[in-house]
Design a protein around this ligand. Structure first.
Ligand code: PHE
Length: 356
């Protein structure tokens, strides 16, 4: 065996034995690097005569290429093996059944909104939406709340920095500005509900700076207080799932409705226990009224021809009452244990037919 053949089998064996990428790199340096035997033998070529030099040179170059190819092939087999290993390890069996202990739950706010939308949707109201960042005109002025009106302070508004007047930006303090947007953009008849986020600078066990409301608005030529009462009595009874739930309308004041009322439902607080239904006590749950003719006119609707009713309710309050949740702040703490306890199955979508 010539010296070259011996070197060849030695190097190929070393490549074959290299157990990982690091070992392979060491083989490469010692076989092909500046101090390798191949390089040394190359240096020896100068002392040979022309014919011998050509033959030996070609043989050395062939060996160099062969060893380099073998290293490259071995390297690729390492990364293929690494990929196979990772694919096996990170495998996901998509045919496995869902793990109940890991299943997500629907937040009580979403559930309550879906229930409210299901009931009012069944009555023929369609969902409308508007921006969380409103301007002063839509949130206050058009709703007949003039600049110096105390309602603006009561609302504890989050104002955004920038211009004053009607263009001043605010985080909407109620969903009522969507009434304005809808009446400006469309002609009556109008029948909408507006679920959404609202903001007021307030924080304790019954107030959160961000909370949710659902607004209702119906405008037509013959809409009257009887429609308002029928709609809200039916709504309350369906929501609390109580056919004979007592509902009472108590005169109140809102700048955007005239006359205005607050709606109370019957309840009892006997013996420290709170229960909704027949009893000797009342609980306020929403505000409502006939749309103030000034508001219709602000939106370009002829108040001699059209009239409407509107109402607004707080979603957190409704959820707390229906599902016995004592502290409003827990809604927004994202505590998984709380969500598992008070959350709802994602597959039980509330409908009037399927049940709430
Ligand atoms: N916008 C009122 C509030 O936030 C609720 C309301 C809406 C009252 C519509 C009457 C009519 O308190």
């Amino acid at each position: 065996m010539t010296e070259l053949e011996a070197l060849r089998s030695e190097l190929m064996a070393a490549v074959g034995k290299a157990a990982d990428l690091d070992a392979l790199e060491r083989v490469r340096v010692s076989a092909l690097g500046k101090k390798s035997r191949i390089t040394e033998m190359m240096k020896g070529l100068g002392a040979m005569d022309a014919d011998a030099r050509r033959t030996a040179g070609q043989a050395l170059n062939a060996l160099k290429t062969e060893v380099a190819d073998a290293i490259e092939t071995r390297k690729r087999s390492f990364s293929d093996a690494e990929l196979d290993r990772r694919l096996m390890q990170e495998r996901v069996d998509v045919t496995l059944p869902a793990r109940p202990e890991r299943q997500g739950r629907v937040h009580p706010i979403s559930q309550t909104m879906d229930e409210i939308v299901a009931i009012l949707g069944e009555m023929g109201l369609a969902v409308a939406e508007g921006p969380d960042i409103e301007d002063d005109w839509h949130n206050f002025t058009a709703l007949n709340i003039p600049p110096d009106h105390p309602a603006r302070q009561e609302h504890d508004t989050f104002y955004l920095p920038g211009a004053g007047g009607d263009e001043r930006l605010v985080l909407r303090t109620h969903t009522s500005p969507v009434q304005i947007r809808t009446m400006v953009a469309t002609k009556p008849p109008i029948r909408i509900i507006v679920p959404g986020r609202t903001y007021r600078c307030d924080y304790d066990a019954t107030h959160s700076p961000m909370f949710h409301q659902v607004e209702g608005l119906v405008v037509d030529e013959t809409t009257h207080m009887g429609h308002l009462k029928g709609c809200l009595i039916d709504f309350c009874r369906a929501f609390f799932d109580m056919d004979d739930l007592p509902v009472r309308f108590r005169p109140s004041y809102f700048p955007f409705t005239e006359p205005s009322a607050e709606v109370d439902i019957g309840c009892t607080r006997k013996g420290g226990e709170f229960r909704i239904g027949h009893g000797d006590d009342w609980l306020e749950i929403l505000g409502c009224g006939m749309v103030n003719p000034k508001v219709l006119e602000n939106c370009g609707i002829d108040s001699a021809r059209y009239q409407g009713f509107a109402f607004g309710l707080g979603v957190e309050r409704m959820a707390m009452l229906k599902y016995g949740i004592p502290d409003l702040r827990t809604f927004f703490e994202s505590d998984l244990r709380w969500l598992r306890h008070y959350g709802f199955s994602a597959l039980k979508v509330p409908t009037m037919v399927g049940g709430l």
